[in-house]
Design a protein around this ligand. Structure first.
Ligand SMILES: O=C(O)CCC(=O)C(=O)O
Ligand SMILES: [Fe+2]
Length: 365
């Protein structure tokens, strides 16, 4: 069982809701509920590598970091944990974080309200319809249905919660919970970044300062993957890396996240109440390639609705980001600097093409 179990809230998608816009499906949840949806439309044949071709013997080796040890006042315990963080970031780009201090109750409540949001009738969510990557609140399906050749079996809500806080005003109470969760996650991400700075041999505040983290971006995404009658054909999210520094994720107890490690897909079975952390593209650039952003994807099942809460924590949008100067005393920069805002825009266009966003700033040496 993973951290926050979702309560099943009765769906209120009414039969009058408009599931199609032209030939495009506007909500895969509403579509999946409206008919048997089997066979699924061929435009949803988006799985490129079989979902069952996994290296499950590697699942038990996914690193686990105890946050309470990272923040310990005992210098020896702290140093040992920083070393574990270095190994996790360089070998996996991925780890489970235990004892992070965010209560199970808060995680469950945010998960429950997130499910309620997705269960609102489509017409109630219309005001949030996605109008582009940097709009503060966006609800949509797949990734960018009009621009895609194939679609992904997920609906999303994406909210910019930092540097300014935005959030949907419904369902009642969601905004308050969203605020609390966003700020607690940011605090955890900040302390992780300090540990990561140290693990690179830098001052603890180094990455926070150089990336303008304290005025940086946070995107709070709520993915909903309805059961899919043909989970061997469609995918929830295809292989990609995240654009920020660190992504902190939790799910509703239903598996589906896979992470690529040494060329193989590994199923992620989270420890109870942990946060799942993955390194993003901006950390790869800042660390001058030592901590590579990790490829991951979301696969589907034909029984249960899966929900993931994904908080991407990034630099200040107006900061030029590149390798930390402290790392360049003895090595050449592998990336040129670029404003995070410009990187974000490039990455949103090329996101699902195996890290081509980073290729834009990679130096040809
Ligand atoms: O749902 C998941 O487990 C993964 C979501 C994800 O990778 C993302 O939203 O970027
Ligand atoms: Fe992701």
């Amino acid at each position: 069982m993973a951290s926050a179990a979702a309560t099943v809230v009765p769906s209120s998608s009414s039969s009058s809701t408009k599931i199609h816009h032209g030939s495009e499906i506007t909500s895969i949840k509403a579509f999946a509920e409206s008919n048997g949806s089997c066979p699924i439309p061929s435009t949803y044949h988006s799985l490129t590598e079989p979902r069952d071709d996994v290296a499950d013997h590697l699942a038990a080796s996914i690193p686990v970091i105890d946050f309470s040890l990272l923040t310990s006042n005992d210098p020896q315990i702290h140093a040992t944990t920083v070393q574990q963080l270095a190994n996790a970031c360089s070998q996996w780009g991925f780890f489970m974080l235990t004892n992070h201090g965010i209560s199970e109750k808060l995680m469950e409540e945010v998960m429950e309200k997130s499910h309620e949001f997705h269960n609102l009738p489509l017409e109630e969510k219309e005001e949030f319809a996605d109008k582009g990557p940097l709009t503060p609140i966006r609800h949509g399906t797949s990734f960018h249905p009009e621009a895609e050749k194939v679609h992904y079996w997920r609906d999303y809500l994406k909210v910019m919660t930092l540097p300014q806080f935005n959030f949907p005003h419904k369902p009642p109470g969601y905004k308050e919970l969203g605020f609390e969760y966003s700020r607690k996650i940011r605090g955890v991400a900040r302390k992780l970044l300090k540990g990561i700075s140290e693990s690179l041999g830098l001052e603890p505040e180094s990455i926070i300062k150089s990336t303008g983290f304290d005025s940086g971006l946070q995107i709070f995404a709520v993915n909903l993957y309805p059961p899919c009658p043909e989970p061997d054909l469609a995918v929830g999210l295809p292989p990609h890396s995240d654009h920020g520094l660190l992504t902190l994720l939790t799910q509703n107890g239903i598996g589906g996240l896979q992470v690529k490690h040494t060329g193989k897909w590994v199923n992620v079975n989270p420890l109870p109440n942990c946060l799942i952390v993955n390194t993003g593209d901006q950390l790869e650039a800042v660390s001058n390639g030592r901590y590579k952003s990790v490829m991951h994807r979301a696969v589907l099942n034909n029984r249960d609705t899966r929900i993931s809460l994904v908080l991407v924590n990034g630099p200040d949008l107006d900061k030029e980001i590149g390798p930390e100067l402290g790392l360049l005393e003895n090595e050449d920069p592998l990336f040129k600097t670029m404003k995070y805002r410009d990187y974000f825009e490039i990455q949103q266009k090329t996101r699902f093409a195996y890290k081509s966003g980073l290729d834009e700033i990679r130096k040809c040496l």
